[in-house]
Design a binder for this molecule. Structure first.
Ligand code: DQA
Length: 145
């Protein structure tokens, strides 16, 4: 069965409480539930990891080289400076979807740089929680191309 790994980086465990005017009131579990419903209807399997530690994300990407067909990653603030995550994703051969709830390009200047985008197959941003189901759909479409 097709396996898609969803990775959530730093501070995303606080969704629902954290700046609801920017990120909404839904929790990360709510978003993963909607990704799972999309996955169920498409007949694919989802795994999810959230971590505030860059090393955990890097290790999960390395393991995905053997265990996952595609990666959906919302790196949180790691987006803007983690060359370690960039390098780990560069070594992953399947599709990589970079996902953001907000549109970082419409916010503060420091969020306009993503070190992940150069190694992403596609980027979904600014659609709030809807982005999770859309990202699963996009990953499956890329895998079936
Ligand atoms: C975010 C955008 C990032 O700039 C920010 O640091 C986050 C969340 C988003 O989903 O909109 O933590 O990745």
């Amino acid at each position: 069965m097709t396996r898609i790994l969803i990775l959530s980086g730093v501070n995303l465990g606080l969704l629902g409480q954290r700046q609801p005017e920017v990120y909404g009131t839904a929790t990360l579990d709510d978003h993963i539930d909607s990704a799972r419903s999309s996955a169920d209807s498409l007949g694919v399997q989802i795994e999810h990891l959230q971590s505030d530690a860059e090393a955990d994300i890097v290790r999960a990407i390395a393991a995905a080289r053997r265990n996952s067909d595609a990666i959906i990653i919302n790196p949180g603030a790691f987006t803007h400076y983690s060359w370690a995550i960039h390098d780990a994703l560069a070594a992953f051969e399947g599709p990589v979807i970079e996902l953001h709830l907000s549109n970082p390009n419409g916010r503060e200047a420091w969020r306009h740089t993503s070190v992940v985008t150069p190694v992403a197959t596609a980027v979904i941003a600014g659609l709030g929680g809807d982005g999770y189901a859309l990202a699963v759909d996009a990953a499956v479409r890329l895998l079936r191309r």
